[in-house]
Each structure stands twice: as structure tokens, then as C-alpha cells.
Design a protein around this ligand. Structure first.
Ligand SMILES: Cc1cc2nc3c(=O)[nH]c(=O)nc-3n(C[C@H](O)[C@H](O)[C@H](O)COP(=O)(O)OP(=O)(O)OC[C@H]3O[C@@H](n4cnc5c(N)ncnc54)[C@H](O)[C@@H]3O)c2cc1C
Length: 370
């Protein structure tokens, strides 16, 4: 019997690194901190996809490369470390593709996965609402049954790329229930549908990376129900596992740290060593969690832990660099620009994808259950 060869992570990493260097050299992107939220380029996503590096875990029969989540992890690390603009395909490949593979119908998989693999389909994730963020079970966006499908009315907020996306996975209430976690469903909205409108929200840096999205009797056909009607809570819990466990939860500030590591200054050696050691430990934790996801095991609590520890590191690292360099930062213009951008983004690290208080609750509950 032929054994499949073990993936050659080093070779893959070198190929991605080379591609990114040539893209940056040609001026096709300018490295940014927090590029998975602040860098939107459909062209970049398509060029990456042409090399087979978008949604690479999708099987060949749906146009994908059929590679492992660990190989995807290696590619993601390189993309984030280089500060490349990945937002246009990020949610699609990070959580939508794994969800469709796990719970999508065969028809949905055939229809939606090829566009994701080609880097052409941009997805947004519609969970948070004006009065419902941490307490997701209280969502008020409602879908009522109509001939051939559902009609959605309501509002989402803080939706990353909500004003730029082609599709949105919307968590909504499809029936009233005395048990708050029941009666929720996930519907896929095509953003060009009648009744959808989106208003970008500017952050304090002046960028508009997320939006408020409004639904006024938006029709969603039965073919765009994701998973099972009424199982929205369980499905979103699984989806958030994919959202929280990756290198994007500790590498958002890496372009800043890379410039910091390059500085030739003996007084910074201890600080650099401390940051590097923390990064190595976080990476090991995230890699382990991804292995669990790859094996189909329940990894929601592990992913919550990765995100809690990773995003605290991200925030602390910005402060560490600022304190270590103090007035010397002006001597390094590129580092200074990354530092300013990281300071603006920093408060969001521990909020987006679920706040750290909520993540600790998830982890604590799971420990008690064990
Ligand atoms: C950059 C960015 C991108 C985002 N992108 C998306 C997206 O694409 N899609 C999407 O749906 N949402 C998105 N969000 C929204 C994000 O998920 C929510 O902001 C987050 O879940 C918190 O919800 P909230 O803002 O309603 O705060 P609240 O839930 O009102 O929380 C306010 C504070 O109270 C604390 N708190 C609340 N409940 C408890 C509790 N039970 N125990 C202890 N403390 C508690 C929280 O930890 C927080 O500190 C994004 C947010 C940011 C900043």
C-alpha cells in the first residue's frame, strides 16, 4: 500500500515567503499590521488562489487542493507575518469553507466552494447586533417562513467587510422558544439581494473596515439555509472554534515585531527574547488546537484559550515595543508607522471574535464539565 508523503512544511513556507516577497517588491501590497482586518484586495486574494493557497483544505472535487489544516496554518502564518492584504478571502477560508464541508449540502458545496477556492467570494459573518454581542443567544434579527424560503428583517453591527462582501452568514431567530439557545438558525444572505443595505463604520484610525448591515424583508431561498433550521447555536459554536484558533490571534502585530527584532541594539536583547519565547509558546498551543480541529475533535474551549492568551500577547507586545524604544522610535520610520497603527488597532484584539471575559467563561465551563 502506498503511504501519503508527510507534508513538507518548510518547502511550502519557502514558496509562500518567496511569493510574498515578490508581491511586496512589485508594490502590489504595502505590509500592514492587523492586515487580516485592514487589508482588503480582491486581486491579491485571486493571485494567492491561483497558487492554490486559498481554502487549501477543500477537496479536489470542489476545485481545492485537498491539503491539511496544518498546511493551511503554515500559509496563514506567512501571510500574516508579511502583513499581506487577506481580508477579502479571510472569513470565507477560515470558517465558511470548513463549515460548508462539515454541514453544507452537496449542492451548496458544489455551488459555493469553487468560488471560495478561486479567491473570488468574499463572505462576512453576521452575529453581533446593537443589543447583542457577548450574549449571542439574544439576537433579534428574525426570519419568517415564506413560500420557498425565509424572509429576514433586522440589523447586524460591527460586521467585518459587511459593506464589501458578496455573501453573509446571518445568525437569526427562526422560531420563538423558552430555551434561548433553541430556535436560532444560520441563513446565507446574498448581499446584492433586494432589502439589504450596509453602512461602513469608521474606526478611530479613520479606516472603515466594518459596517452596520440592515435587512428589510430579505428573501433567502431554502437552498441557502446553512445546516439545520433550529441548530444555529450549535453550528455557530463550531464556527467560532475555527474563527478563534488560528495564527491571526497572535500574529496581528507581527510586522511591528519583525521590525523590532531587526534592530541592532544590545539593550533590547532581553525584551526580544521574551517576546520570541511567548510567540513560540502561543504557536505551539495554536498548532495543537488546529490538530484537534483537523481530527474532527471538539476544540471550542481550546480555541477560546488560544484567542484569550494570543490577543493578550498582541496587546502587551505593542506596549512592550513602545516602552522599550520610547523616544528612539522616531529613528525608525517604518517601525514608527507600524507602532501607531498597532496602537489604534490594539483595543479591538480582545473584543472581536468574542471578548476575553466570555472566552474565559467558555474555558472555565469546559474545565468543570471535564
Ligand atoms: C474589529 C472588530 C471586528 C468585528 N467583526 C465582527 C464580525 O465580522 N461579525 C460580528 O458578528 N461581530 C463582529 N465584531 C463584534 C464583536 O464580536 C463584539 O463586539 C463582541 O462580541 C462584544 O460584543 P459587544 O460589542 O456587544 O459588547 P458587550 O457584549 O456589550 O460587552 C461589553 C463588555 O461587557 C463584558 N461582558 C458582557 N457579558 C459578560 C458576561 N456574561 N460576563 C463577563 N463580562 C461580560 C464584555 O466582555 C465587554 O467587556 C467585531 C468587533 C470588532 C472590534
Amino acid at each position: 500500500m502506498m503511504m501519503n508523503a508527510a507534508p513538507d512544511y518548510a518547502a511550502l513556507r519557502a514558496q509562500v515567503r518567496q511569493f510574498l516577497a515578490s508581491e511586496a517588491e512589485a508594490g502590489r501590497f504595502v505590509p500592514k499590521v492587523d492586515s487580516w482586518v485592514r487589508g482588503f484586495s480582491r486581486d491579491f486574494s485571486k493571485r494567492l488562489a491561483q497558487r492554490g493557497w486559498v481554502a487549501m483544505t477543500v477537496p479536489e472535487r470542489f476545485g481545492g487542493a485537498g491539503r491539511t489544516h496544518l498546511e493551511r496554518f503554515v500559509v496563514a502564518e506567512e501571510l500574516l507575518a508579511a502583513g499581506s492584504p487577506v481580508l477579502a478571502h479571510w472569513a470565507a477560508e477560515r470558517q465558511v469553507a470548513p463549515m460548508l464541508l462539515r454541514i453544507g449540502t452537496e449542492e451548496q458545496q458544489r455551488r459555493l466552494l469553487p468560488g471560495i477556492v478561486r479567491g473570488e467570494s468574499c463572505f462576512a459573518i453576521g452575529l453581533s447586533e446593537p443589543d447583542s454581542g457577548s450574549d449571542l443567544a439574544s439576537v433579534r434579527t428574525k426570519a419568517v417562513r415564506v413560500d420557498g424560503g425565509w424572509e429576514i428583517t433586522g440589523q447586524k453591527v460591527w460586521t467585518s467587510a459587511g459593506h464589501l462582501a458578496d455573501f453573509m452568514f446571518v445568525l437569526c431567530r427562526t422560531s420563538e422558544s423558552s430555551e434561548r439557545h433553541e430556535g436560532l438558525s444560520q441563513l446565507m444572505v446574498t448581499m446584492s439581494s433586494a432589502g439589504v443595505s450596509a453602512r461602513p463604520i469608521s474606526t478611530m484610525s479613520g479606516e472603515a473596515e466594518f459596517a452596520e448591515v440592515f435587512f428589510d424583508r430579505v428573501f433567502v431561498p431554502d437552498t441557502d439555509v446553512i445546516g439545520e433550521v433550529g441548530r444555529g447555536w450549535q453550528q455557530v459554536t463550531m464556527e467560532l472554534g475555527w474563527e478563534r484558533n488560528g495564527p491571526d490571534r497572535y500574529l496581528s502585530t507581527y510586522p511591528l515585531l519583525a521590525r523590532f527584532f531587526e534592530l541592532e541594539d544590545e539593550s533590547l536583547e532581553v525584551q526580544k527574547g521574551r517576546l520570541a519565547a511567548q510567540l513560540i509558546a502561543l504557536r505551539a498551543l495554536a498548532f495543537e488546537t488546529t490538530t484537534k480541529g483537523q481530527e474532527g475533535l471538539d476544540f471550542a474551549a481550546d480555541a477560546a484559550l488560544v484567542k484569550d492568551a494570543g490577543t493578550r500577547f498582541e496587546q502587551d507586545s505593542v506596549e512592550d515595543v513602545r516602552r522599550s524604544l520610547s523616544s528612539k522610535v522616531a529613528d525608525h520610520p517604518e517601525l514608527d508607522a507600524h507602532l501607531k497603527a498597532a496602537q489604534f488597532a490594539s483595543p479591538t484584539f480582545t473584543i472581536r471574535g468574542g471578548t476575553n471575559e466570555i472566552l474565559r467563561t467558555i474555558t472555565a465551563r469546559r474545565l468543570v464539565e471535564r
